[in-house]
Design a protein around this ligand. Structure first.
Ligand code: HAS
Length: 558
């Protein structure tokens, strides 16, 4: 069992352990499969939504939309995150022990069982409740049990990862933990704290209700528990991408990261502020006092800070690199960036998307402005240029080096070119589609409804241009998905080499500086996290039980 401590962490020769690599590969196979199924469902739902196409077996819009959302937003991302984090830990802390690895595999199989159960219910049209599964939409109990198993599977895998991280700390007392390992620990702790909300609503509300044990459900409470989990979920997707931005991309460029300490601080701020903000998804919900909505809006503005810190760090890295290459004037460094390296281009295009994506988020969070965009297709545009661009493009970039790294291959010219095509086709498709969504949303086009539902041919004709743009963008995205699948096949088949692709890990400009001590004081971090959650949620949740909200008076879960 190797354990990395010093400069070998940054050596291009240090590898993900072979046994750990198999587990990583199993997770990544799920990612590719989910991308294909979820992407196909995405294309089909656009066609069915337009009302111009009918599918056999009565396959409907909500069924496809649920499949698209669950498979891409939950299944694909979760398998990627588990696989990538295991690889990051194995690469920077050292190989997993037998028991840690066993937890990883158990988690993988539990997630697989849960996914198959939920997918079967969606295929049977017994669970067309979308990925947010809001009550009073009701699915078959097996769907909820399946989703619960997916979450439980991540907990088991995360337990193995946290054991690996804490073992490193025990074996290297007083030393700075490898940055990537530290980042996985932050993401995992955030995950455990936030999934308690969704587990509670599924176990105590949705499952009894869907089994017919109780007749009603406390909708306000179920939505609040969902969003207590639903907003940190978006950072659970984002943080692995940030891990690549901070700790991998500088090495790809051949330079140093900006600041190890700043990166750790940004991740701590995500732990603190990503959970007590879920009510910003419920700004127009009845039954939550305006004061508490306002407080969570303020906290939402706090969670923007670590992303601004990340933008600053990345600009610093790019500019420093460009100047080292001889760039002079204000923006000359831009031209010096490695525009032929797909690992960089995929990530950089993702970053560009995140500029309007982040701005859109700030608009969504801005109190009254939310009323203009809420429940319009603007929101769908927003999440396609956040999770659907910066996050997924960075996942692709990570798979580009990770797959050949763990299977003993190299990124050859063809693979690199496929990666570049993937980046450009994705950018084109997502650019057109999300622009149309934002635009139509501002003109009031609702989300989650078919043309016939929102007013028939007359009203629909107002949005027909946007609908066509969405279909065109969606078609480019589908082509990009095919390219991605070809790329993954290319990266995992073909001749092996003696000197496989490296998993790049960067040093930082402040590498020799001591780490700020309190960022690894887990007791303190968890106390502050829980304190903020209690401030943000105690009163609004209590009010849901005690105030005169229809269907929620008294201590009623149902
Ligand atoms: Fe969001 C709704 C607010 C970020 C995902 N969001 C959603 C939903 C999803 C989602 C899935 O306040 C819909 C859920 C549903 O189905 O109903 N969001 C925010 C805010 C942020 C934010 C304030 N969202 C994300 C991220 C997501 C994501 C990240 C996925 C990964 N969002 C909301 C709100 C709603 C919402 C409301 C509810 C709306 C409603 O009414 O329903 C912030 O975290 C954003 C901060 C980001 C920035 C950008 C920093 C830029 C960077 C790139 C730098 C570029 C470089 C390269 C360095 C401030 C880091 C440049 C180089 C050059 C040369 C130019």
């Amino acid at each position: 069992m190797s354990n990395y401590t010093g400069s070998e962490i940054f050596s291009s020769k240090t590898k993900v352990d072979k046994k750990d690599g198999k587990l990583v590969l199993a997770n990544m196979i799920w990612v590719s499969f989910a991308l294909l199924i979820g992407g196909t469902a995405g294309l089909l739902q656009t066609l069915v939504r337009s009302g111009q196409f009918e599918l056999p077996f009565g396959i409907g819009y909500y069924q496809l939309l649920t499949l698209h959302g669950v498979i891409l937003a939950l299944v694909m991302t979760f398998f990627f995150i588990m696989g990538f984090q295991i690889a990051a830990l194995s690469r920077t802390a050292g190989s997993f022990s037998t028991s840690e690895l066993r937890l990883g595999w158990t988690g993988f199989w539990v997630m697989t069982a849960g996914t198959l159960m939920s997918a079967a219910m969606i295929a049977l049209n017994e669970a067309s409740v979308l990925y947010t599964f809001y009550a009073p939409l009701q699915a078959h109990a097996v769907h909820y049990i399946g989703l619960a198993l997916v979450i439980v599977g991540t907990w088991i895998s995360v337990a193995g990862q946290l054991m690996r991280y804490f073992r490193w700390r025990k074996e290297n007392k007083g030393q700075k933990t490898p940055l990537l390992s530290y980042m996985t620990a932050i993401n995992n702790v955030m995950w455990i704290v936030c999934t308690i909300g969704v587990a509670a609503t599924v176990l105590f509300q949705f499952i009894p209700w869907s089994l017919g044990w109780v007749e009603t459900i406390n909708i306000s409470l179920s939505r609040t528990l969902f969003w207590y989990f639903g907003h940190p979920l978006v950072y659970f997707w984002l943080l692995p991408a940030y891990m690549v931005w901070y700790a991998v991309i500088p090495k790809v460029l051949g330079t140093k990261g900006f600041s190890d300490n700043l990166a750790r601080l940004a991740f701590v701020l995500f732990l603190f502020f990503s959970i007590p903000v879920g009510i910003h998804h419920q700004l127009v919900d009845p039954g939550i006092d305006a004061f508490w909505k306002g407080l969570q809006v303020v906290l939402t503005f706090m969670v923007i800070v670590p992303s601004l810190m990340t933008a600053f760090s990345m600009f610093a890295v790019f500019e420093t690199y460009g100047r080292k290459q001889g760039a002079r004037g204000l923006l000359d460094w831009f031209k010096k960036l490695p525009w032929t390296d797909a690992r960089f281009v995929l990530v950089f295009i993702g970053m560009l998307f995140f500029i309007p994506g982040g701005l859109g988020g700030i608009i969504n969070a801005s109190g009254q402005m939310n009323q203009l965009v809420h429940n319009t297709i603007w929101i769908v545009g927003h999440f396609h240029i956040t999770v659907g661009a910066p996050v997924i493009l960075t996942y692709f970039a990570a798979m580009l080096f990770l797959l050949p790294h763990i299977t003993g291959r190299k990124i050859d010219k063809i693979a690199n070119r496929l990666g570049l095509f993937l980046a450009y086709t994705w950018a084109l498709g997502m650019g057109i589609m999300s622009l149309a969504m934002h635009w139509a949303g501002l003109r009031g086009a609702p989300r989650r409804s078919t043309f016939s539902e929102y007013g028939g041919a007359d009203i629909a004709s107002e949005w027909i241009t946007y609908q066509v743009m969405q279909a065109v963008g969606g078609s480019f995205l589908f082509i990009a998905i095919i390219i991605a699948i070809l790329l993954f096949l290319k990266l995992t088949t073909g001749p092996k080499v003696n000197d496989p692709e490296e998993f790049p890990v960067a040093m930082f400009m402040d590498q020799e500086e001591p780490v700020v001590k309190w960022v690894e004081n887990w007791r303190l971090l968890i106390i502050i996290t829980i304190f903020l959650i209690l401030i943000a949620y105690t009163v609004p949740v209590t009010q849901m039980f005690t105030e005169n909200i229809p269907g929620a008076k008294g201590f009623k879960l149902w």
